[in-house]
Design a protein around this ligand. Structure first.
Ligand SMILES: Cc1ncc(COP(=O)(O)O)c(C=O)c1O
Length: 220
């Protein structure tokens, strides 16, 4: 993307990507989110890319439905646009089973899938990963090289071994049980002690716990 290009983000949206796009001179356009996820029909013309969090929308925790995912992929194909799928917290899902990521539904090479080890391991690792269409790989290698050369090789090697030996999968199972319990304790305490001021959203997915303030103007 070039300065002056337009990117669509969910409204409301996670702050850091929004700030990053703006710092690169890209025009950021907010697109509303309803109970099914990003409103594809509200995407404006001339947008070159869309940044979305389909597993559980940040911060509303809506899961993008399958029809909406298919509509977004079809829209990207019609408009020659890319989709950045931030699947940041999908390993933790306490209420129901995850849907297929956009990336696996994509047959046209429109989706850049972004994953992070910040939630599953720890944020100070600063390790994440991308699954990109082949056409973007060279450009991404170059972008990584000019931004910080490379991530910690020692950290990557240790994490790769942790994953290969099955320890990562065991770790996710173990911490999921702990986080589920903590999630429930927190939800119960909010319901019990703060019911006058706060209402828990019915959408409780991942490690996020969305709340509505009393008299909040947002649609629930
Ligand atoms: C929507 C969203 N994306 C990504 C991340 C993870 O970012 P990073 O991998 O840079 O720590 C977070 C962390 O809170 C998040 O909320």
């Amino acid at each position: 993307m070039e300065p002056g290009d337009r990117i669509a983000v969910e409204d409301p949206c996670y702050g850091p990507p929004r700030h990053l796009f703006k710092s690169l001179g890209i025009h950021v356009v907010g697109v509303p989110v309803d109970r099914e996820g990003l409103l594809v029909e509200a995407l404006p013309r001339g947008v070159r890319a869309v940044y979305v969090t389909p597993s559980h929308q940040y911060p509303l925790s809506v899961t993008m439905t399958l029809p909406r995912r298919q509509a977004l992929l079809a829209w990207a194909e019609r408009n020659n646009a890319a989709i950045i799928e931030d699947d940041y917290d999908s390993e933790f899902r306490f209420a129901d089973r995850p849907l297929e990521p956009l990336q696996t539904l994509d047959t046209r090479g429109r989706v850049v899938y972004v994953g992070s080890f910040s939630k599953t391991m720890l944020p100070t690792l600063r390790l994440g990963f991308l699954v990109t269409p082949p056409s973007l790989r060279l450009a991404l290698h170059k972008a990584k090289f000019v931004s910080d050369w490379h991530s910690s090789t020692l950290g990557q090697a240790a994490l790769a071994r942790f994953i290969d030996e099955g320890a990562f999968a065991r770790h996710i199972r173990r911490v999921s049980a702990i986080y589920r319990e903590r999630h429930q304790i927190l939800a119960d305490a909010i319901t019990r002690d703060f019911a006058e001021h706060l209402e828990l959203s019915r959408r409780q997915r991942g490690s996020t716990l969305p709340l509505w303030l009393a008299d909040c103007p947002w649609t629930r």
